[in-house]
Design a protein around this ligand. Structure first.
Ligand code: ZN
Length: 374
């Protein structure tokens, strides 16, 4: 039983708790006999200094000492007491201060933990977390299990192909340019190169447009050739009708002499040649003339436009094919263009294209070209 309850009991409920009240009164009397000092609770009330000047202030050791020290102690207590009362914080401010402390502790803990993460050995981390963080990197390194994005093929209509119908349109001097011509015994022109070229070029353009390519049918001196940009440019020609005194036959495919021997021009040239040979019963000739390797078109088109010129055959010895097999000639040229367009950079050698069921051939190049995507 504390002394505060001792004090309160006699004041309240005197009748109801008579037994305890009597006991308390007995205890109080015994305490009064034992020592004349006042109850410590009186000091707590704050006015004990005036009521009990002479006895010791609560310290048993102060008993018998001069009354000066207890008096000063009592004064001290009285002076300090109001200050303590004033400083006691309100419950609301106590709650907010407690929450603020928790907030500061949590934030600083998170910051410190984040900083310390840089020094943590990965072996101490949860293996599942480490695996999840490293999954993408490991898959990139391995390059096997990672699902690779399927390369989106360029739509055909975004592929631009230029076909020059040799000698068609206005000539260099704005006059009619038949190209090579064949005469009869009366020196009358019975066959022009321009008509052969145009018959084949028109069919090639139709073939490519049927495959949804963007195709430009170009005249020999077409103004669009200046800085012309396309995925491929093929100039279609036929060789001379001159009687050389011997059988001169065969087809020629030539690129610009100014273009490198390892670029796309070579690949386009070989695609045309190989598929031409696969469809047309003619031998390949390499008698390239200045008109082929230094053609006016090569000086006009954009440097990044691959261009070749095809001499489909000689108009004298190969007249039968050039005049009666326009569809077959166009088919061979179309296959050669497809070989280049759909297998750019593909250097798997002389083989059927695996990307397409068409019957065009992919050439084997002496210098392998870079592989893009396939
Ligand atoms: Zn020509």
């Amino acid at each position: 039983m504390t002394e505060e309850s001792v004090n309160s009991q006699p004041n309240n409920d005197d009748d109801e708790h008579s037994a305890s009240a009597i006991f308390v009164e007995l205890m109080r009397q015994a305490a009064a006999k034992a020592s004349a000092k006042p109850a410590p609770s009186a000091i707590d009330e704050g006015d004990a200094a005036d009521n009990a000047p002479s006895p010791a202030g609560g310290h048993p050791a102060a008993e018998g000492e001069p009354s000066l020290a207890p008096r000063s102690e009592a004064h001290q207590i009285r002076r300090v007491r109001p200050r303590l009362v004033l400083r006691r914080p309100h419950p609301s401010s106590m709650a907010s201060g407690f929450l603020g402390t928790i907030f500061v502790v949590v934030v600083s803990t998170a910051l410190v933990a984040t900083l310390l993460m840089f020094f943590v050995n990965p072996e101490f981390l949860n293996p599942a977390v480490v695996q999840g963080l490293q999954l993408e990197r490991d898959e990139i390194i391995a390059g096997i299990e990672a699902p690779r994005p399927t390369p989106v093929q360029t739509p055909q209509w975004l592929r631009r192909i230029g076909i020059i119908s040799g000698h068609h349109g206005r000539g260099q001097n704005l006059d009619y340019d038949p190209g090579a011509v064949c005469y009869d015994e009366y020196r009358r022109v019975v066959l022009t190169e321009e008509s052969i070229n145009h018959a084949v070029a028109t069919r090639v353009v139709n073939n490519l447009e049927a495959l949804n390519f963007t195709v430009d049918m170009l005249d020999e001196f077409d103004p669009r050739l200046v800085d012309y940009r396309a995925d491929a440019l093929v100039s279609i020609h036929a060789n001379s009708c001159i009687d050389y005194g011997e059988i001169v036959t065969g087809y020629i495919v030539s690129k610009s002499d100014a273009r490198p021997d390892t670029g796309n021009d070579v690949f386009l040239r070989e695609c045309i040649a190989l598929n031409y040979a696969a469809n047309i019963p003619l031998e390949r000739s390499y008698n390239e003339t200045e008109d082929m390797i230094n053609n006016h078109a090569w000086r006009k088109i954009h440097p990044l436009t691959p261009g070749v010129i095809l001499e489909m055959g000689f108009m004298l010895a190969d007249k039968e094919i050039l005049t009666t097999q326009h569809d077959l000639l166009a088919h061979a040229i179309t296959m050669g263009i497809l070989c280049y367009i759909e297998n750019t950079g593909y250097s798997a050698g002389l083989a059927q294209s695996s990307s397409r069921s068409a019957d065009y051939l992919v050439p084997l190049l002496a210098t392998p070209t870079p592989i893009f995507g396939r």
